[in-house]
Design a protein around this ligand. Structure first.
Ligand code: ZN
Length: 297
């Protein structure tokens, strides 16, 4: 059986075709321009394949996730130019009358990590997946379910204690200034140093600030959710950065609860090459396919 995946990001869409074992058969990158152009190219891509059973869509947000809401399947009020009030799911449904699973980009990634852990016979029952890239967000899977009913978690916009030396930085979030996203997303490196994060040496204090803020977010996620694992993905994250986060976490958390092995608790994604969302989407598409077909019987 063939399934489709759309990982809709702020800079690019990754569309893919895979099988019921979540193996990628084909994939394409489409730049995120306008909804008409980008969604048009997604439609064209999937039209090349016959007999796709279902599609999993993991989108940047905010999105409407309540099935009984008239705006279900929409990207709602996003600061991303052209994309506010976009009927994403409805557009796809117009061309493909098949089951579709609709969720956030980070939920797609979180689910990909969850399902991969089961496939590898090392199940992680509860996890929080943070992406730290152009924006910051978190997807939360708890025993196979996503957290959130009225909406999805917006963990990128929590407030934090400011790092010493970084107090004057105003932050880049258009809504809050110095929330987590405003202080720790990729664009904060440009705002602080005038350079892209990848060109800023790890010895620069901005890396330590960002690690300190992310560590505080990990502390909050630990206290609120008590997950088995926190996964940090996205363009800002690397192994040396993770070590900085673990160091700050240890200091802030101060052994309040027993965590056996921090190296295992705070980890990079298991799925390589930023592929977590694609795996998650295939799996969610399969889930939706069974759900809708059982209902029909
Ligand atoms: Zn914010």
């Amino acid at each position: 059986m063939l399934f489709g995946s759309i990982e809709a990001g702020g800079t690019k869409f990754v569309c893919a075709i895979g099988d019921e074992n979540y193996n990628i058969k084909d994939s394409i990158h489409i730049p995120t321009t306008t909804p008409e152009e980008t969604l048009g190219k997604c439609v064209e891509y999937f039209q090349k394949f016959i007999d796709i059973k279902a599609i999993g869509i993991a989108s940047f947000g905010p999105i409407e996730v309540r099935v009984d809401n008239p705006k279900y399947g929409y990207i709602t009020d996003t600061p991303k130019k052209h994309w506010s009030n976009t009927n994403f799911l409805g557009t796809m449904k117009k061309y493909f009358d098949i089951p579709m699973y609709w969720t956030t980009d980070v939920n797609g990634s979180a689910y990909g990590e969850y399902i991969t852990s089961i496939k590898n016979h090392k199940p992680i029952h509860s996890l929080v997946y943070y992406t730290i890239g152009t924006g910051v967000g978190a997807g939360i899977v708890d025993n196979g379910h996503f957290l959130g009913y009225v909406g999805h978690p917006e963990a990128g916009h929590v407030r934090l204690k400011r790092a010493k030396g970084d107090e004057d930085f105003k932050g880049v979030c258009p809504y809050h200034g110095d929330c987590l996203e405003g202080l720790a997303s990729g664009p904060t490196f440009n705002a602080r140093t005038g350079k892209n994060g990848k060109d800023v040496p790890l010895t620069d204090p901005s890396w330590d600030y960002v690690a300190y803020y992310v560590a505080q977010a990990v502390v909050q996620a630990t206290l609120f959710v008590r997950p088995e694992r926190i996964i940090l993905g996205g363009g800002v994250v690397s192994e040396p950065f993770l070590d900085m986060v673990r160091k700050h976490f240890k200091k802030i958390f101060n052994n309040y609860l027993a965590i056996d092995d921090l190296n295992e608790y705070i980890q990079m994604p298991q799925v390589p090459h930023n592929g977590s969302a694609t795996v998650g989407n295939f799996s969610l598409a399969l889930k939706q396919y069974y759900k809708e077909n059982i209902v029909k019987i």
